[in-house]
Design a binder for this molecule. Sequence first.
Ligand SMILES: [Zn+2]
Length: 455
Amino acid sequence: MPIDTTPKPTARPGPLNDQRIDAAQIRQVVGRAVQSQKILDMHTHLYPPGFGTPVANKTGRIDPTGLMLWGVDELITYHYLVAEVFRVVPATELPYETFWTWPKDRQADHIWRHLFVENTPLSEACRGILTTLTRLGLDPDEKSLSAYRFFFSRQDPSQFIDRIMEMSNVEAIVMTNAVFDDNERARWIKEPAIGSDPRFRAVLRIDPLVRNFPAAAEHLSQWGYSTGRKLTAACRGELIRFLNDWIDRQQAIYIAMSLPPEFTYPAAASDPIAQIGERILQEVILPVCRDRKLPLAMMIGSSLQTNPLLRDAGDTSGRADVSSVARLCRDFPANKFLVTMLSRENQHELCVVARKFGNLMPFGCWWFLNNPSLIDEITRMRFELLGRSFIPQHSDARVLEQLIYKWEHSREIISTVLSDMYMRTAKTGRSIYLRDVQRDVEAIFAGNFKAFLAR
Ligand SMILES: [Zn+2]
């Protein structure tokens, strides 16, 4: 489902929009505008019901390998909280392997008891659960999860998506569709209309092509694309055909990949896998993105499996090389790059590079940066260096109801920061008008992304 990128007048014409905002009213006016603005959530890991759900629900249709995650057990076993519970009950007391043999509800009971009942929930991931439960009308003081489980088991998944989107004021959810994931890939092939839920948009995620081409090539040849381990002209043609087939199948609105802190462009001469990855980027991915007018999203800085025993929760963050991003933007001026970086230390440099390249759009406060103090810091810095020409946040939600807290918490901070910016501008003597606020708020929560796609 393509995004409607036709520009719409956001500030309704008329005398009201010319209204000058008194300095004393700025916070209130900005707060109202931010609350009522519909969000285009440009990066999540959420799925519509067509992809199946493993969660007990009113319809009775349960798919154990389904991809639509929602409900209290999924919320509580979110990998952020798995990592946190092992700080309270260390692996010397409860071995990782034992935890992983437990069914999901037992894992959730363990996390609830140790992080929420026997300890005060202070971390952002814990606070997120509490906000979410409260907004759903549930009592966050429950000692067990049974009342919550009952509530979720009575929901219809599709109707519940509508409800959550309405509560979080999200107008569209952008998925991440990993073509090298066998489970997901098989679903797209079996059910061609699977991506047609009008609330969702697809994104073609292709990490192995760049990060481990020899392994990717083996899959591709099994899938009917004659690719070898070497990037010959014929192989290049097959890779281009593969990307185009999947862009068409998914109606993808951009292509995405996650890259390690060690990623450099050009690739290190000592690393043959990185070198072939670089050629695929230069000779396959970027040309296809250019032809199809699609941005390439690069999420840089996650160090995979620092503690493999923690599984999904075992990744960390590492400082990456921003000058490589600059070189890509310079060498491929006809391409568009959406970039988010995981390390706090990379944020300033990324803003500086974005000042130099209009084809670079910094986005979001990713994962370990999705904490109030860091969102505040990063968003301020971005406004100061880039005006409003960036995308301050994406939810990265993996479990549907996370939309509620991720957006409520972020809206609050972004609203505070934006108000401070207006106050400073107002101090110079320049009036702030209602139309300024409406235009800026629409841009950062939806318009900048749409305009970048349409470019
Ligand atoms: Zn993500």
